[in-house]
Design a binder for this molecule. Structure first.
Ligand code: DGL
Length: 253
């Protein structure tokens, strides 16, 4: 039994979508969430920059006695998970675009993989493509996460942006779309409105289950009767903390 908190970080508010799943699955655990909003986006930075920022994010969580760290960000996972696992003794849980489950949904169309430019350019994603990407089409979505960061999770401007993003693929039929960035989960409704008929798949539930498995195996679950989450940001707390709380409670399905 281990009553210390679970650390979670993302470049900004995207990881709050993962925190929702984790809090639902592990209601007795305490979570400390760090959003590095000041340095967002990570997805247009170099691998080295993302690694340096991720190291700092993790250190902040370890300084707050985190017993495990969840990288609630596909981009930071690609650049930093391996390094962090090699250098730290706490469990590190990462994320990758949910291409594997989405590949089973294919009928005769394509599987679109929406992710940041950094995620798509990494070796980790190339490996994933080799295994499950026979019918996948990676779609680089620079500029999309900013809508979620602003709290603009619906509306005409967002729908127009998504429409533009998919214009080059208007002749393609998508059986499923992988939301390969945790920010995009908050944009689900708008994406579904623009791209009717495609199944939207994200890795949040799988990540929450993975966290539970790892903590169970290592006998690190808490025996506390009540959990909760402390939210921290490197950005403008006055604007961002209410937004984070709102998104943590929002209906997004
Ligand atoms: N939320 C992050 C992810 O899952 C990326 C957003 C960013 O570009 O910072 O990939």
């Amino acid at each position: 039994m281990d009553a210390r908190p679970i650390g979670v970080f993302d470049s900004g508010i995207g990881g709050i979508s993962v925190l929702r799943n984790m809090m639902r699955l592990l209601p007795n655990e305490r979570f400390i969430y760090f959003g590095d909003n000041k340095n967002a986006p990570y997805g247009t930075k170099t691998e080295e920059e993302i690694l340096e920022l991720s190291k700092r994010d993790v250190q902040l969580l370890l300084d707050k006695s985190a017993k495990a760290v969840v990288i609630a960000c596909n981009t930071a996972t690609s650049s930093a998970a391996e390094y962090l696992r090699q250098t730290l003794s706490v469990p590190i849980i990462g994320m990758e675009p949910a291409l594997k489950p989405a590949s089973f949904m294919r009928k005769d169309g394509k599987i679109g993989v929406l992710a940041t430019p950094a995620t798509l350019s990494q070796k980790k994603f190339q490996n994933l493509m080799e295994r499950y990407g026979k019918h996948a089409l990676p779609i680089s979505c620079a500029g999309l996460m900013e809508f979620a960061e602003r709290g603009e999770i619906e509306g005409e401007r967002l729908e127009a942006f998504i429409g533009e993003l998919f214009r080059p693929y208007s002749h393609i039929s998508f059986d499923a779309l992988v939301l390969g960035c945790t920010h995009y989960v908050f944009l689900k409704r708008a994406i579904a409105k623009v791209l009717k008929n495609a199944n939207l798949v994200d890795g949040n539930e799988g990540t929450a289950r993975q966290l539970k498995n790892v903590l169970t195996q290592r006998e690190m679950l808490t025996d506390a009767l009540e959990g909760g989450a402390e939210l921290i940001t490197s950005g403008d707390s006055e604007r961002l903390l209410p937004l984070m709380r709102r998104l943590l409670a929002a209906e997004i399905e």
